[in-house]
Every structure is written in structure tokens, then in C-alpha cells.
Design a protein around this ligand. Structure first.
Ligand code: UDP
Length: 249
């Protein structure tokens, strides 16, 4: 079966990273997974949350916020500020982004700082959470590199890059990196977050009015692993660290 955009089952959408899109941020990137485009930024604050001080937790913290811009969807999405509350989906996604990025950043090495990650969806066409994580990791890396360049830290507080990708079963076929029409039609939907060493940070998989077998789960994981590793290569390339080899940041 060919996909409606002509991709192979194991093919990512065209991926791009535009660095420095938000010049006041310490690190920023406009990430595109096909027509899904997200502005990701990282900013540092010279303070940590009160609970860390109260519990004597050393090092820094990282927190993430996610939102869809009103014009990112076909019908206008009201801003949370106008609605007076954040929707549950955004809260779920920003927690996922935070967990993913805390696997990438070396929090003890960050010092008493908070790294704020903001992901604002410019255009939504499926996979906004996976594009957000992949872009946020690039933005976080840039912000951390700047700390070293400014001699505020002796070494890069990054443990490893992380990337994220969606996979799903659409009309019985496992597919990589679903766009919105595919996501809408999917019987099974999975998002996975992986490190450059090939380890999982998070795997979320669910059937939508459908169930899936252990064999299908294995197929989805294999497809996702392959996609996540391609994304890591693209991240390393845009960050200019492609020659150093995996795991030697
Ligand atoms: N979507 C939308 N409005 C919403 C939520 C989702 O138009 O309020 C669309 C959008 O294209 C999004 C897709 O549905 O990318 C899939 O949403 P999902 O919640 O699965 O998250 P995502 O795939 O973006 O991580």
C-alpha cells in the first residue's frame, strides 16, 4: 500500500531544523516534520524551584510548556489564556516533553539553574509532540552550549541527545511518522522517545477501538527505533556534532 503522500512505510516526513528562530532565547529552533512545524526554545533562569531548595536537591531543573498557536489548526484554537485554563492534552504533552528532556540534560551539572523549554506549534499536522521533543532537544543543546561558551560552566551539561517519533497501524499496516490523516485513521498509535544510545525514555502505545498483538508491538518498536535514530542523525548534523560519533558529546 502506498501512503497518500507517496512515502514508504518506514520513511519519515521531510525533516528540517531552522536554528535561531527566536533570537532572545538562549537556544531556539523551528522544527518541521513535513507540515507539522513547532517553534522550540530554551531559556535559562538562575534559580531552581522552591521544592528543590527545601529538599536540598543539588543541581538544576528543567521544565517544559507546550501550546498550539490559535492558527496552527484548521479551525481556530482559542488561547488557553482566553479560555481561562489549559487543556488536558497540552498538560499531558508538556509533561512528556519535560520527562524526555530531563533524560537529555545533565541536571546536576547544570548548576542552580532552571532550563525552561517552550514548544509552540505553528502548524499542526500530526506528531506535534514528537516534533516538539526532537526540536526541544536541539534548543536545549544550543542553550547549554552557550553556557559553556560564556564560561558559566566548565563542560556541556548534556548527557545524550533524545528524539521522538510516532508510529502506528493504519489499515493493518505499521507506518512511521504519521501525519494527521494517518493519525486519524490509525487503529494503533504509538509515540516513542529514544536516546542516541538506542535506549527508550518513554513508550506510549494504545489501541483506538482496536487491539494489537505482541508481534505487532515488536514491529512498531522496530520501525520507531529506526526513525528515532534517523532523527538523532539529523539533530547531530544541524548541531555540527556529526563527526564525533554517538555518545561522545
Ligand atoms: N489536532 C487539532 N486540534 C487539537 C488537537 C489535535 O487539530 O486540538 C490535530 C493536529 O493536527 C494534531 C493531530 O490532531 O497534530 C493529532 O493530535 P494528537 O493529540 O494525537 O497529538 P500529536 O499527534 O500532535 O502529538
Amino acid at each position: 500500500m502506498t501512503r497518500h503522500d507517496g512515502r514508504q512505510a518506514d520513511q519519515l516526513r521531510p525533516i528540517s531544523f531552522t536554528l535561531g528562530i527566536a533570537p532572545h532565547a538562549s537556544g531556539s529552533v523551528l522544527v518541521a516534520f513535513g507540515n507539522t512545524r513547532v517553534i522550540c526554545s530554551a531559556m535559562l533562569e538562575d534559580a531552581v524551584p522552591r521544592w528543590m531548595k527545601e529538599q536540598n536537591v543539588a543541581g538544576g531543573w528543567l521544565t517544559a510548556e507546550y501550546s498550539m498557536l490559535p492558527y496552527s489548526t484548521l479551525s481556530r484554537k482559542a488561547r488557553d489564556a482566553s479560555r481561562g485554563k489549559q487543556d488536558g492534552r497540552s498538560i499531558e504533552i508538556q509533561r512528556l516533553i519535560g520527562r524526555a528532556l530531563r533524560a537529555a540534560v545533565d541536571l546536576p551539572a547544570l548548576g542552580q539553574r532552571t532550563l525552561w523549554i517552550d514548544c509552540d506549534v505553528l502548524q499542526a499536522d500530526g506528531g506535534t509532540r514528537t516534533a516538539s521533543i526532537t526540536g526541544a532537544c536541539v534548543a536545549a543543546f544550543l542553550a547549554c552550549r552557550r553556557l559553556v561558551e560564556e564560561r558559566k560552566l566548565p563542560r556541556l551539561p548534556i548527557r545524550q541527545l533524545v528524539s521522538a517519533v510516532s508510529v502506528g497501524i493504519v489499515r493493518g499496516e505499521p507506518l512511521l511518522d504519521l501525519d494527521y490523516p494517518e493519525d486519524h485513521a490509525a487503529e494503533v498509535d504509538m509515540n516513542l522517545v529514544m536516546t542516541e544510545a538506542g535506549q527508550y525514555v518513554e513508550v506510549q502505545s494504545s489501541g483506538e477501538e482496536a487491539v494489537f498483538s505482541p508481534q505487532q508491538l515488536d514491529l512498531l518498536l522496530a520501525l520507531g527505533r529506526q526513525g528515532a535514530q534517523q532523527l538523532i542523525k539529523a539533530q547531530r548534523s544541524i548541531l555540527g556534532i556529526e563527526l564525533e560519533g554517538a555518545g561522545t558529546l
